[in-house]
Design a protein around this ligand. Structure first.
Ligand code: ATP
Length: 268
């Protein structure tokens, strides 16, 4: 008699399979605002259960790329896929798998934390009962259960960001985009947010695209995409990008790749 196949432990997050469908695929994407070229033939992938840092100076094209992925703008050239669904051809399937934290805050300051979450859940067609359960669970995970009924206006900047991340997770996306989410936050709040997002990768297998201009937010185990003046100058595991640039650290690698001057404050 053969022994039964072992039952997989649902708590075990599968490691990324290089042959698997990417969480996000950007393929030959270009975008112009009139005669200004903001993105030029950009291609890269984000794998499931990976943290990919999109590193670029102000004006590199990060926000434009986010606007194309989220369909705020129509795609002029190229293709964007989310778990294999083309965002132009199958937007419903693609966007259902996507959570986004935009650079400007988008919470309603005069509603409570729970009300903000329930409102967002309703937009995603989640039943009120299920939304209440998920909201309570997410508020617990970000350490804000005791503030559930407070107005968002009374939160700190870091707490608001954590709430925005929780809101982006309500519909259980498999890919999370964050556009410079730590801008304007103090050191402790930045560290809290980065570790919260990194846990989503390791514990839940979510693919993360993290746009930043801050070198100290990137770890050697991350995947890195260096975007400069609308073009991808380098991509791959951070350690490989650094080595191939003949550098010792990501700061020097970035400067060599872009010819940029070092900026104070450890940012690109
Ligand atoms: N609505 C617009 N109209 C014209 N040009 C734009 C528009 N939005 C962005 N641009 C230009 O496109 C280029 C890319 O800008 P984008 O905002 O995507 O860069 P970014 O990397 O997100 O920078 P930042 O971190 O400052 O937001 C820049 O040259 C910018 O001036």
């Amino acid at each position: 008699m053969t022994s039964p196949a072992p039952i997989p432990d649902p708590r075990e997050v599968p490691r990324p399979d290089p042959a698997a469908v990417p969480a996000l695929s950007i393929d030959g994407v270009s975008h112009s605002y009139g005669s200004r070229r903001a993105l030029i033939d950009v291609s890269f992938n984000v794998q499931p259960a990976s943290f990919t840092a999109l590193l670029g100076l102000n004006g590199a094209g990060k926000s434009t790329l986010f606007s194309l992925i989220t369909r705020l703008f129509g795609i002029q050239t190229g293709r964007v896929g989310i778990f294999g669904h083309d965002v132009s051809k199958r937007p419903g399937e693609a966007l259902r798998l996507l959570g986004v934290v935009f650079q400007p805050r988008t919470l309603d300051l005069d509603l409570s934390l729970t009300q903000n979450l329930l409102y967002h859940a309703a937009l995603h067609g989640i039943s009120r009962r299920e939304a209440a359960t998920r909201s309570a669970e997410l508020l617990g995970r970000i350490g804000l259960s005791d503030r559930a009924g407070s107005k968002v206006r009374d939160l700190s900047g870091g707490q608001m960001r954590r709430l925005e991340i929780a809101r982006a997770l309500l519909h259980r996306p498999r890919l999370l985009l964050l556009d410079e989410p730590t801008v304007g936050l103090d050191v402790k709040a930045r560290a809290d947010i980065i570790s919260q997002v990194r846990r989503l990768v390791t514990e839940q297998g979510i693919g993360v695209l993290w746009a930043t201009h801050l070198f100290d937010e990137i770890m050697p185990s991350d995947d890195l995409v260096v975007l400069h003046q609308g073009q991808v100058l380098a991509q791959g595991p951070m350690s490989r990008v650094v080595t191939e640039a003949g550098a010792q650290d990501v700061n020097t690698a970035f400067m060599r790749l872009t010819g940029a001057q070092t900026m104070p404050g450890g940012g690109a």
